[in-house]
Write a new protein. Structure first.
Ligand SMILES: *Cc1c(COP(=O)(O)O)cnc(C)c1O
Length: 401
């Protein structure tokens, strides 16, 4: 078939989100009747809190269904400001907050507002799948600084220095991390702060999992270790994970007023504003406090303990204990090179395909996150599914010759 419309060159530089793609494939198989267990999902398995749902319905009934201010409704931005004041003691004004169509879109706005062609942006690998694509779409270049399992996926200051260059404009940190669940240590953040201070970097802190921490304490934050860098830090957060509101598409960013203003300019010419109804729901969610996230965290912790116990008893499976979020990232590379019939498991993509086709387990290959030794399992799923899934995994791995 000849295609009459040619596509923009920048499309050749990015791929569709692999996590959403696996999820779609799992759902398609399931629709065909296959008993697929889905460990690929990147969203809580809990329903949105009642208070948020009610507020969304009320917004519709009240006719709160028109355009809102570009950066989001003032009440929501004020509540976000209060949240940060209360939880962290950091002072922002509502002009320093943008509400966007999901956290992913907030990051997109940031990148469009700050980066130029030729700029390099440091990304710690394994990384969230959208970081490189969003940086590339802004014309800048992602540079990957590897994190090692030996350090529990914490950043080695020497590795950071090695990947910095004259062109480095900034760095994205994500703690707790998707896909590893690791949090960055105080020492690692101090190293980031030192480089940012010295070279004028911007630090984007993706805090989307900050309410899901198994120790019960918040992990160290770049602004805790370096309050003097407030003019160089952009915070990314949202209600998707903390309030199980992925479909409502509400994220938010906090940072220097001129950067937020630039992001608002972009938002005004692209999406105008996030959904009015979803903003009212997000407002109610945030006003409902931390209880919901704490309840989910307790459930996630129990599932995590179960999974780690299972992995520990499977030969050749190494898994660092996550500190937060709802993913485990076991190293399955001991099985690479082995075979199932004619199929050679030559890496994480082949491993994930094997697990999907032979064991009906949907996972995301580590290659999607820039680390081929691993496969990501989400535990945003019930204990029953986890038990059945681990039985299938054990059998599938044992069948590899
Ligand atoms: C889920 C997620 C986000 C934001 O998701 P939205 O649904 O767009 O709010 C941001 N960063 C990471 C690492 C995530 O996993």
């Amino acid at each position: 078939m000849s295609e009459k419309i040619s596509l923009a060159d920048r499309l050749s530089k990015i791929k569709p989100s692999p996590t959403l793609a696996v999820n779609a494939r799992a759902k398609a198989l399931r629709a065909e009747g296959a008993d697929v267990l889905n460990f690929s999902v990147g969203e809580p398995d809990f329903g949105t809190p009642e208070a948020a749902c009610e507020a969304g319905k009320k917004a519709i009934d009240d006719g709160f269904t028109r355009y809102t201010p570009v950066p989001g409704i003032p009440e929501l931005r004020e509540r976000i400001v209060e949240l940060y004041e209360k939880e962290h003691g950091w002072t922002y004004s509502p002009e320093q907050v943008q509400v966007s169509c999901g956290g992913k879109h907030g990051l997109y706005n940031m990148a469009q507002a700050m980066f130029n062609p030729g700029d390099e942006v440091l990304i710690l690998a394994p990384y969230w799948v959208s970081y490189p694509a969003i940086v590339i779409l802004a014309g800048a270049e992602p540079v990957f600084a590897p994190l090692s399992e030996d350090r529990n996926f914490d950043l080695d200051p020497e590795v950071l220095k090695k990947h910095a260059s004259q062109k480095t404009r900034g760095i994205i940190v994500n703690s707790p991390s998707n896909p590893t669940g690791a949090v960055l240590s105080q020492e690692a953040l101090e190293a980031v702060a030192e480089m940012a201070r010295e070279h004028g970097w911007v630090v984007i802190s993706d805090d989307i999992y900050d309410t899901i921490c198994f120790s019960g304490e918040r992990p160290p934050h770049i602004l805790d270790v370096a309050p003097d860098l407030k003019d160089q830090v952009l915070i990314l957060n949202g209600v998707s994970k903390s309030y199980a509101m992925t479909g409502w598409r509400i994220g938010y960013s906090l940072g220097p007023a001129h950067v937020i203003a630039a992001m608002n300019k972009i938002q005004s010419q692209s999406t105008s504003n996030p959904s009015s109804v979803a903003q009212m729901a997000a407002l109610a969610a945030i006003e409902s406090g931390r209880g919901f996230a704490d309840m989910m965290t307790d459930a996630f912790r129990e599932r995590l303990d179960y999974l780690l116990g299972e992995f520990a008893s499977m030969e050749g499976v190494e898994c660092v204990r996550p500190s937060g979020a709802f993913y485990v990232f076991p190293n399955l590379s001991a099985y690479y090179g082995r075979k199932a019939g004619d199929r050679v498991i030559d890496g994480s993509v082949a491993m994930s395909e094997y697990l999907l086709e032979e064991a009906l387990l949907a996972t995301v290959p580590g290659a999607a996150f820039g680390s081929d030794a691993y496969v990501r399992f989400s535990f945003a799923t019930s204990m029953d599914v986890l038990r059945e899934g681990m039985a299938r995994l054990r059998k599938a791995l044992a069948a590899l010759g």
